[in-house]
Design a protein around this ligand. Structure first.
Ligand SMILES: NC(=O)c1ccc[n+]([C@@H]2O[C@H](COP(=O)([O-])OP(=O)(O)OC[C@H]3O[C@@H](n4cnc5c(N)ncnc54)[C@H](OP(=O)(O)O)[C@@H]3O)[C@@H](O)[C@H]2O)c1
Length: 183
C-alpha cells in the first residue's frame, strides 16, 4: 500500500459506552439496576450500524444479539458456531479488537464501541480514547462496577442532563470524556 493510500485510511477509535451509578455500580445479578428508556435509546442510536465488543455475561443478559450491529462477544467458553449471523466470538480481548477494527473498516465506521460489562470495560480501558458515560444520579447496590476514571488523564467535553419524569424515576447525565493526549 502506498504512503498516500495509508493516509486515506480513516483512524478507528475505541470508545466505551456505559451507564454507571454515582457509586460506580453498573450491574446487579446479571442485569442493569435501573430502567431508563431514554438512555437505552441513546445507547441504541450511538451504536447502530457499528461493531460492538462485549463480554460473554453481558451478551447472555440480552434477550438476543443486538440487531443492526456486529456483536463481538469475548469468551473462552462460548461456542463459535450457531451464534447468529451478526455475532462473532473472540477468545481474547486482542482478538476482539482485531475483529472489531476489521468490521468497523468494513462497515465504514470510525468508532469501535465497547459495551461492557465490568471485566471488559476494565481490560479495554487502556485502549480507549473516548468514554460516553451516563451518570445515573443514584447510589445503588450491585455486584459489577465501572472503573474510576482518573480525572487528571481525561477531559469532560460534553454533558447532557435528563431529568426525572413519568418514565424515568431517576435523573441522569450523559457525559463524554476524551483521553488527554500523552506528549
Ligand atoms: N450499566 C451498563 O452500561 C452495563 C453495560 C454492560 C453490562 N452491564 C452489566 O454488567 C454485568 C456483566 O459484567 P461482568 O463484568 O460480570 O461480565 P462481562 O464483562 O460482561 O463478561 C465477562 C466474561 O467475558 C469473558 N472474558 C472477559 N475477559 C476475557 C478475556 N480477556 N479473554 C476471553 N474472555 C474474556 C469471560 O467469558 P467466559 O466465562 O465465557 O470465558 C468472562 O466470564 C451485568 O450485570 C450487566 O447487566 C452493565
Amino acid at each position: 500500500m502506498s504512503e498516500q493510500s495509508n493516509q486515506d485510511v480513516p483512524e478507528i477509535e475505541i470508545a466505551q459506552i456505559v451507564a454507571c451509578a454515582e457509586n460506580g455500580v453498573i450491574g446487579v445479578d446479571g442485569d442493569l439496576p435501573w430502567s431508563l428508556p431514554d438512555d437505552l435509546k441513546h445507547f441504541m442510536r450511538s451504536t447502530k450500524g457499528h461493531a460492538i465488543i462485549m463480554g460473554r455475561k453481558t451478551f447472555e443478559s440480552l434477550p438476543k444479539a443486538l440487531d443492526g450491529r456486529t456483536n463481538i462477544v469475548v469468551s473462552r467458553s462460548m461456542a463459535k458456531e450457531g451464534v447468529g449471523e451478526n455475532v462473532l466470538v473472540a477468545r481474547s480481548l486482542d482478538e476482539a479488537i482485531a475483529m472489531g477494527l476489521h468490521e468497523s473498516a468494513r462497515l465504514g465506521r470510525t468508532t469501535l464501541w465497547v459495551a461492557g460489562g465490568g471485566e471488559i470495560y476494565r481490560e479495554s480501558l487502556e485502549w480507549t480514547y473516548r468514554v460516553v458515560r451516563t451518570r445515573v444520579h443514584m447510589e445503588v447496590e450491585g455486584d459489577t462496577r465501572y472503573p474510576e476514571l482518573d480525572e487528571g488523564a481525561w477531559s469532560l467535553v460534553s454533558s447532557e442532563a435528563h431529568g426525572v419524569d413519568e418514565r424515568h424515576e431517576v435523573g441522569f447525565t450523559i457525559e463524554t470524556w476524551i483521553r488527554d493526549s500523552v506528549e
